[in-house]
Design a protein around this ligand. Structure first.
Ligand code: HEC
Length: 97
């Protein structure tokens, strides 16, 4: 009897904690700048000028994100940037390959 009530208690606690557990956010903010700092700055650098700490060990040349619009006739290439982020591919080759 004691055993089964212990098991019931254990199960209820386990179920209750499973129900209240929400997935942890990797970063607290979903603002563009914070996302960039968390996911992109390691390679592209804090200001996008190819000087992140991981840039030195990459095999290929890194893209200068500050000149994206300039290199696209003055217009920010939103669709291409979205494609790079969503698919990992860019016009210049495999992003991160
Ligand atoms: C592991 C290092 C690394 C990380 C992290 C990284 N990138 Fe890149 N990125 C590169 C390299 C290397 C290139 C150049 C080669 C290529 O275009 O695939 C590049 C190219 C790009 C390009 C294409 C630029 C052009 O001139 O065509 C864009 C846009 C870009 N990255 C955006 C991002 C964004 C946004 C993030 C964060 C979500 C990010 N990158 C994270 C290494 C990285």
């Amino acid at each position: 009897m004691v055993r089964s009530s212990t098991a019931v208690l254990f199960l209820s606690v386990a179920m209750a904690s499973a129900q209240t557990t929400t997935p942890r956010k990797l970063i607290a903010s979903m603002e563009g700048k914070d996302l960039y700092m968390a996911y992109c700055a390691s390679c592209h650098g804090v200001s996008g000028k190819e000087d992140g700490p991981a840039a030195a060990v990459l095999s290929g040349p890194l893209a200068d994100l500050r000149t994206l619009a300039q290199r696209n006739k003055g217009k920010f290439p939103l669709a291409e940037v979205e494609n790079v982020i969503l698919t990992g591919q860019s016009a210049r080759g495999g992003h991160g390959s």
